[in-house]
Design a protein around this ligand. Structure first.
Ligand SMILES: Cc1ncc(COP(=O)(O)O)c(C=O)c1O
Length: 356
């Protein structure tokens, strides 16, 4: 605490990132990182940056990267914005599109950065509760919203909505900017990107941190009509024009071009998720139907903190969130097969000890 703190700093409650341990080796399943290394082509691109290139500022428009993304998704570069991780893209879209007099909404249980940004920018937000099965019931949301944020698949539940449901929502709420955060879309969801041309009230946000295994480089993307993209650029250029550095731009291009690496690793993660969900259900866990690179589960009758501590004592880090309804639930990132085998083995021993 300093007497020089602004009212803003004194009043905010910042996001708390998952632990990044330094002192001990854990099976690290707490921050939804990809268990497989990034594409070797992306790594070669990282090494290819010369001292002379590093001397210069990066291309503020990230033109080559945006062109690569445009070719991949059959869009135009003007429909694409890139930022320093999707967290930054989200941080910029709040002031780009919402005013302190506007009302926005997102579910009570979702990515915990949304309320942090809403509070930072003083945007009033409604947080309708998820349904009993943790799905998002859009009928619970009032009509006169300026913005609606949906993580799809949702975090930390992993439950996804289909493109048809997103399309129906866009039609029904033409005066609401719908932000679909697709951080986990490549693990089995249906992207809303094909809808951006027909709906000027849609902004789709994606990241290279999960399915492209580049969390360390920080590259996030927004897809929307060119006017929305210009709004994001106006905020970026009022803040820092060089948000995506030269190494990140080049590696991101290479990662997008390595379709084989992307396909093999994401299919491996999907297969491991399905197998692990099934085995945890057999052990007596409730497991939500996840389309993400994590599973969300609880062992009925056992406090979540106990299961989390037991896993930690045995070298496995998983994430647990506060809040009455999900206190006893664990979010377990999907690791490699051998890592998930160890988790299942530990949890089977935990359940057996409880029954004994
Ligand atoms: C739903 C959701 N959106 C966005 C992010 C941010 O990802 P990044 O800033 O690494 O792109 C995360 C990270 O965990 C997430 O879970």
């Amino acid at each position: 605490m300093s007497r020089f703190y602004s009212d803003l700093v004194s009043s905010i409650s910042p996001y708390v990132p998952g632990e990044q341990p330094k002192d001990r080796r854990f099976i690290k399943l707490n921050t939804n990182e990809n268990p497989y290394p990034a594409s070797s082509r992306a790594v070669a691109a990282i090494h290819s940056v010369t001292g002379l290139e590093a001397r210069l500022y990066p291309d503020p428009q990230a033109s080559l990267l945006r062109q690569t993304l445009a070719d991949y998704h059959r869009l135009k570069p003007e429909e694409i914005f890139v930022g320093n991780g999707s967290d930054e893209v989200l941080a910029m879209l709040f002031p780009a599109f919402f005013n302190p007099r506007d009302l926005i909404a997102f579910p009570d249980i979702t990515y915990s950065f949304y309320p942090v940004y809403a509070a930072l920018y003083g945007i009033p937000s409604l947080t309708p509760p998820l349904a009993a099965d943790f799905s998002i019931d859009l009928d619970d949301y009032p009509q006169d919203l300026r913005g609606l944020l949906l993580a799809n698949p949702n975090a930390p539940t992993g439950i996804a909505k289909g493109r048809d449901e997103i399309e129906a929502l866009l039609r029904k709420r033409r005066d609401t900017l719908v932000v679909v955060d697709e951080a986990y879309i490549d693990f089995g969801g249906e992207s809303a990107i094909p809808l951006i041309r027909s709906h000027d009230n849609l902004l789709v946000v994606q990241t290279m941190s999960k399915s492209r295994s580049l969390a360390g480089l920080r590259v996030g993307i927004a897809f929307g009509n060119p006017a929305l993209i210009k709004g994001l650029e106006a905020i970026r250029d009022s803040f820092n024009s060089y948000t995506v550095d030269v190494v990140a731009q080049r590696a991101a291009i290479a990662a997008y071009e390595d379709i084989e690496h992307f396909e093999t690793t994401r299919q491996a993660i999907i297969a491991t998720r399905e197998r692990t969900s099934h085995r945890l259900a057999e052990l007596g866990f409730n497991v939500t139907p996840s389309r993400a690179n994590f599973i969300f589960c609880t062992l009925p009758g056992v406090p979540g903190i106990e299961v989390q501590q037991y896993l930690r004592d045995n070298g496995v880090l998983v994430r647990r969130f506060g809040g009455e309804r999900i206190n006893d639930w664990l979010r377990i990132t999907i690791g490699r097969d051998d890592e998930m085998d160890e988790v299942v083995r530990l949890l089977a021993a935990f359940v057996a000890a409880g029954r004994a």
